[in-house]
Design a protein around this ligand. Structure first.
Ligand SMILES: O=C(O)CCC(=O)C(=O)O
Length: 204
């Protein structure tokens, strides 16, 4: 397990006892702008999910882009694979090459402002291929990303800025929870792209 801090100019990697690698400024300004522009055409929605027996809208918007057959069950909702947008797909191929992954889907989360959030959870859906990493890219407003160990309660927080990349290494999802807490003072939007490897046709 490791925490790596990779800057654009240095390939230094710091090893701590945490299951993530953080690459600061992974994306250039022009790539960030292209992805944000493209996201204006993404088919976002804010589905209702059941929490303690009551229906609530999720406190953010999301959309799932993936290869055919890579549908995902998310918060008990079956989300069909939407065909890849051009720049998101190019980024997926770049990440797969650079990080030796085989990601075939990306969940795009839109936090409209600091009132939007993501509660404690793990990306441990059964259709996620065992042994794979989840690659997370941040665009727009900076937000805290917090991880908490399921047994010890140990917590770490990372401020994720536009262009940063965070790798969540296997088996982090089995051992840790993560969340993006509300930050009332933030008025601008953040996008998060999480690239995952799904077992094709798992839900068919
Ligand atoms: O927005 C983030 O940084 C985290 C997103 C996340 O937790 C998820 O997609 O499962």
């Amino acid at each position: 397990m490791q925490l790596g801090l990779l800057g654009e100019e240095s390939n230094e990697q710091e090893n701590c006892n945490l299951p993530v690698t953080l690459c600061r400024n992974y994306l250039s300004k022009s790539k960030i702008d292209l992805l944000i522009k493209e996201s204006e055409c993404y088919d976002f929605s804010s589905p209702k999910i059941k929490v303690y027996g009551k229906q609530h809208y999720i406190p953010r918007e999301q959309v799932w882009y993936a290869d055919e057959g890579c549908d995902m069950l998310y918060s008990n909702l079956l989300v069909s694979a939407n065909p890849w947008p051009y720049y998101l797909n190019r980024l997926r191929h770049q990440l797969n090459t650079e990080f030796s992954q085989n990601c075939n889907g990306a969940l795009v989360n839109r936090y409209r402002n600091g009132k939007d959030s993501m509660g404690w959870h793990s990306d441990d859906e059964p259709e996620i291929s065992i042994g794979t990493d989840v690659i997370s890219i941040s665009l727009g407003a900076s937000r805290d990303f917090v991880i908490k160990h399921k047994d010890t309660g140990e917590k770490e927080s990372f401020l994720l800025n536009s262009g940063d990349l965070l790798l969540m290494h296997f088996p982090m999802q089995q051992e840790w929870l993560h969340s993006v807490p509300k930050r009332q003072q933030i008025e601008t939007e953040r996008l998060n792209l999480t690239f995952r490897t799904i077992i094709p046709n798992y839900h068919q």
